[in-house]
Design a protein around this ligand. Sequence first.
Ligand code: 5CA
Ligand code: ZN
Length: 432
Amino acid sequence: MKSWSAPQVPSLPRLAESLELFDTPHSTTLPTHSRQGAASLYVCGITPYDATHLGHANTYVQFDLLVRYWLACGVQVNYVQNVTDIDDPLLERAEATGADWRELAEEQTELFRQDMAALSVIPPNSYLGAVEMIPAIVEDVERLAELGIAYRVPAEDADGDDYYFDIAEAESRTDWRLGSVGGYDRPTMDSLFGERGGDPQRPGKRDRLDPLLWRARREGEPEWDGGALGRGRPGWHIECSVIARRHLPAPFTVQGGGSDLRFPHHEFSAAHATAADGVALAERYMHTGMVGLDGEKMSKSKGNLVLVSQLRARGEDPQAVRTLLLSHHWRTDWSYTDADLALASGRLQRWKQALQRAPEQNPGESAEEPDELQYALMSILALDLNAPAALDQLDMWAEGHLAAQTSRARVRDVVLALLGIDLADGSPSSTD
Ligand code: 5CA
Ligand code: ZN
């Protein structure tokens, strides 16, 4: 599937990689290395039944910082993202609005691409829809069934059987344990499963948390050839498990998404991978904080949304939106207010004005040597991608306390490459 247009990313003098990231399974910050100069990242993409809200935008902008940090260290990044272009919420929304589910998905995915491009998010190297990956998903579910880690559950309203993942069997045969990725205890998982797309009450399951792998054909639902499984459509966790492993070397460096994906989604994507291949899915699992509105998590199902496309339509500068997002640490939950966006916008203007005052030339500057600002920003980002502290450094620079001699062009390149914020772009203050 086509992704979106890449923003300009200036190349900077290289600095050695020394990254530490907070890893959900270990519940602590751990050194995270590329392997032979290559890092691999999978971030769970959108379910395209509604437009990109600030919560989604925050997740992708925060992972964009990781990509930018690696690139600045000369690491080769292989980034994969999916689009859940077939799943219950998409079909339910299409049904409720009388739309064709494919058109709804394509329309919303296109809007997402535009929002990501406007926010200067570097596109993934591979952008893949669940639908185009169904043959590979079928292969994996067939394999799990052959291994005896998937089992059939008869469905009254279908011709064939549904397939479920057997948690107990996977635990007895692999290193994976329920809770080992998301870090939740059983009572918490019991209470989250139903809220997050699971079907704990489904009769015939061996464990009420066993997740769906393949849903047999139902009247009125889209269906695909499932080989030995019979016609139907894929479950959710197997989608990301397969897309990631078909396009990245497992275990890949980082699996990412919002904290709502700690359980069940990332728990079971990892479990499916270990059960199918005997290899862990990823080395690190990063979960971004939830963005809310009026004290509640922003979600398509609740409808309390601030859409990126609406902010753009009302003339807000996407760079100010990006500044607002980066003023929060990637792991923090926070709530949107218009007042905070206005503050971010003012901050951006002050940086743009400071850029105009920066010296045109710095005789001491070399193309191979990082300057003081790049050192400062990269050492802060190396410690768990602390964007708010990086923005504080920019405030210090704008007030003349840091890297005052760094040339205008170098400051622009450093800030643009590392933070994706263009201080020379269409600045009203640059003309006054
Ligand atoms: N398609 C699946 C992942 S495979 C999905 O969760 N889609 S989504 O459209 O609901 O969310 C897209 C991404 O945004 C996910 O990584 C999700 O964790 C993240 N996300 C969703 N809501 C929020 C929020 N309120 N704040 C921050 N991130 C969010
Ligand atoms: Zn996913």
